[in-house]
Write a protein that binds this ligand. Structure first.
Ligand code: GTP
Ligand code: MG
Length: 324
């Protein structure tokens, strides 16, 4: 039996992960570039919209075999992320590798049964495997071990692979590329608050600096729907915010539908953006209207036309920045 340690995994090979649910196969698989990983869960989701839909397994396996075949024709390195604890599941994989004259490496993810079971408890319902299923998968994995060489695999154990270094290298590369692209346009904070997926929809509004000299206005725009945001920093004199910089979203004035001012509320995450767009933030306690002030001010019947906040400077921004 041939045992492998990193970095002896052949460049042009098929890697078949073997282990019960919760063993850590997908976690290990993510250390390779996504294009090199064929995940049965992901393909179940691709054909049925539900990664946990066991009725979609046969179709997902069909698709997996088809893509594997096409990749091997190009001699591309491929990782199979599925339990693969049965000979029936492995046989077509090793056969494909043989057809294309590529080595098949079985990587046994030999995590103790109690750890696999404990990890099920942390998962959402549709991704949780029943205890008896995990037990029998674990049993099948242990028994597979002696048969793998006869089936045509070279054998490696997951804990002999040194994948943290290449994983960090790949993540760091992706992150650096992203930062280089976004850094020049002042998008680093946008990425940090709302995630990289928002960046393509983000447009800073052109125009002169605001009266306060520190607020920039932007829009998140997709088709007919949009949100207007302002970058705020150094306005946290009252200690009401977790950060002394951040973003505010423009909302309808909660006090008067005819109000000519602007109402802003802080947003800290993409969940807040969703709330703002669907009206769930219209009664936010941190909302500040440039005419009416804070909800507290209105409740106390205080003068509504004072300059309550530095953000009143945004009143001077061009009206076309506000299409809400
Ligand atoms: P199925 O998809 O159900 O077959 O399970 P799986 O084998 O793909 O397990 P997965 O990679 O999803 O691992 C389950 C959980 O275990 C993950 O959410 C991780 O939190 C944890 N885990 C797995 N491998 C490791 C590891 O090497 N180190 C650490 N720290 N946690 C791990
Ligand atoms: Mg998985």
């Amino acid at each position: 039996m041939t045992e492998l340690i990193y970095p002896q995994i052949p460049e042009h090979s098929l890697m078949v992960l073997i282990g019960p649910s919760g063993a850590g196969k997908s976690t290990l698989a993510r250390t390779w570039p996504a294009s090199q990983v064929l995940s049965l869960d992901a393909l179940r989701e691709a054909v049925s919209d539900d990664a946990g839909d066991q009725d979609a397994t046969a179709e997902a396996v069909d698709v997996l075999h088809l893509i594997l075949e096409r990749r091997m024709a190009r001699r591309r390195f491929t990782v199979i992320d599925a339990t693969n604890v049965t000979r029936a599941a492995r046989q077509p994989l090793v056969a494909a590798a043989k057809r294309h004259n590529m080595p098949a490496v079985a990587v046994v993810v030999a995590t103790p049964l109690d750890v696999c079971l404990e990890r099920q408890g942390l998962r959402p319902d549709n991704q949780r495997a029943p205890e008896d299923v995990v037990r029998s998968q674990h049993h099948a994995m242990v028994h597979s071990h002696q048969r793998l060489a006869a089936e045509g695999f070279t054998i490696a154990f997951a804990d002999t692979l040194y994948r943290l270094e290449p994983f960090l290298k790949q993540l760091s590369q992706t992150r650096e590329d992203g930062l280089r692209r976004d850094g020049s346009e002042g998008l680093l904070l946008v990425r940090r608050f709302f995630g990289p997926e928002i960046l393509p929809l983000w447009r800073w509004q052109p125009g002169p600096a605001q009266r306060t000299g520190r607020d920039r206005v932007a829009e998140i725009c997709l088709g007919q729907q949009h949100l207007t945001l302002a970058f705020r920093h150094g306005v946290d004199n009252e200690g009401d915010f977790d950060f002394d910089f951040g973003f505010d979203v423009l909302l309808p004035c909660p006090f008067d539908p005819e109000c000519a001012g602007q109402a802003w509320a802080p947003v800290y995450s993409v969940t807040d953006l969703h709330k703002a767009l669907t009206g769930l933030m219209d009664k936010d306690p941190d909302i500040i209207c440039t005419v009416h002030g804070r909800p507290d001010d209105v409740d106390d019947h205080e003068a509504a036309d004072d300059d309550h906040e530095d953000r009143t400077g945004l009143q001077t921004q061009p009206a076309d920045a506000v299409r809400a």
